[in-house]
Design a protein around this ligand. Structure first.
Ligand code: P6P
Length: 354
């Protein structure tokens, strides 16, 4: 039988038909994100060949990071396409300090979108995989008014869809709208994302831990002891305190320094990703609204968990658009074990990042 070419647009449309009240606006909004992904794919895949899109713009973003031309290009493209989609009353991005609104006619837009337009972009010149991350809420302010900050500062539990595009050896788009996690691989010869990973489930076994171990000396004791356990280096007093949850052999250490790539590998193979807070930076580096929340929605829908060390990421009530948060995500039993280590060894100290 000929391959069943289920495009992402058709998949989203079929999912949408499950909701009688669906108007097709969400499907249309997602198709705009798919279009943006295809264009960024094109630019990323020629980055090494065309000078004007690699390198730095000379600007510094709200994060205090030097902005790369491809970062800016991706941000501008998402903003332009979504602004004129008619479905989005406002957007927020890692690259923009404040909300971004479109022409007044889009005040009727039902949704707000948060973006990390090109995460891991410092890896572009080394041809390491990078990714775009998106998160979609229904607005909470009345239609017709301009989108407002309160439309964004909703717990991740309220997300209606989230996902990422990974620009790697192939370009893959992964999304969830609350009914499982589905992956689509771009076939450049036909210009479509084709269903390649239906209903992704995190494997039972957690065989990988992903963390930047150069920060080990700045971690709290609980995080340090958990990572030692991943390497079968735990001290006797550790293992016994957690029902002997010791490992037969060490997990593999895999860390690319590009979160979307690390996340996608762990999602498919089974693993835990850690970006802890430290005593100097208790909230760590990663952002709640457009990095932690969307990835937490995906990993929970795939059967895993995402925590800040004390509670589920998706239950955190956001206070600021660009707030950082410690992030631990992967196999549920590993995340819960890590929370136990933090409870056992860190909560006697000042709470780290929570
Ligand atoms: P570090 C990339 O800059 C990023 O935002 C994530 O994609 C990645 O997981 C993390 O930072 C890497 O940070 O401190 O390990 O270099």
């Amino acid at each position: 039988m000929a391959q069943e070419f289920i495009t992402i647009n058709r998949h989203i449309s079929i999912e949408g038909r499950r909701y009688p009240q669906a108007t097709g606006e969400f499907t249309s909004l997602m198709s705009e994100i798919v279009l943006t992904a295809k264009i960024i794919h094109r630019e990323v895949n020629k980055a090494g060949l065309v000078d004007e899109i690699t390198g730095f713009t000379g600007d510094v973003n709200v994060q205090g990071e030097e902005v790369r031309k491809l970062d800016q290009y991706a941000d501008d493209l998402f903003m332009h396409i979504l602004k004129y989609s008619g479905h989005v009353c406002a957007m927020a991005s890692e690259e923009a300090e404040d909300l971004v609104r479109g022409p007044t006619y889009v005040n009727s837009g039902k949704y707000v979108v948060l973006l990390d337009p090109l995460d891991g972009s410092s890896n572009i010149d080394a041809n390491v995989s990078i990714g775009s991350i998106f998160a979609i809420y229904r607005r909470v302010t009345p239609p017709g008014e301009p989108g407002a900050l309160e439309d964004f500062l909703q717990p991740g539990r309220n997300l209606i869809a989230a996902g990422y595009i990974l620009y790697g050896s192939s370009t893959v788009m992964v999304y969830t709208s609350g009914r499982g996690v589905h992956g689509f691989t771009l076939d450049p010869s036909i210009g479509n994302f084709i269903l390649s990973h239906s209903n992704i489930r995190l494997p039972e076994k957690c065989g990988i831990y992903s963390v930047n171990e150069s920060y080990t000396r700045d971690w709290t004791e609980g995080v340090r002891r958990y990572v030692e356990r991943c390497k079968c280096l735990e001290r006797d007093d550790c293992a016994s305190s957690f029902d002997g949850k010791t490992l037969e052999k060490p997990m593999s250490s895999r860390y690319i320094g590009s979160m979307v790539a690390d996340f996608h590998r762990n999602l498919l193979y089974g693993g835990i990703f850690l970006y802890p807070g430290t005593k100097k930076k208790p909230n760590g580096k990663l952002r709640l609204m457009y990095e932690a929340n969307p990835m937490a929605f995906v990993i929970e829908q795939a059967g895993g968990a995402a925590s800040n060390g004390v509670m589920d990421i998706l239950d955190v009530q956001p206070e600021e658009l660009h707030q950082r948060i410690p992030l631990f995500m992967g196999n549920r039993d590993e995340v819960e074990l890590l929370e136990n280590y933090i409870k056992q060894y860190d909560l006697k100290e000042e709470l780290v990042g929570v």
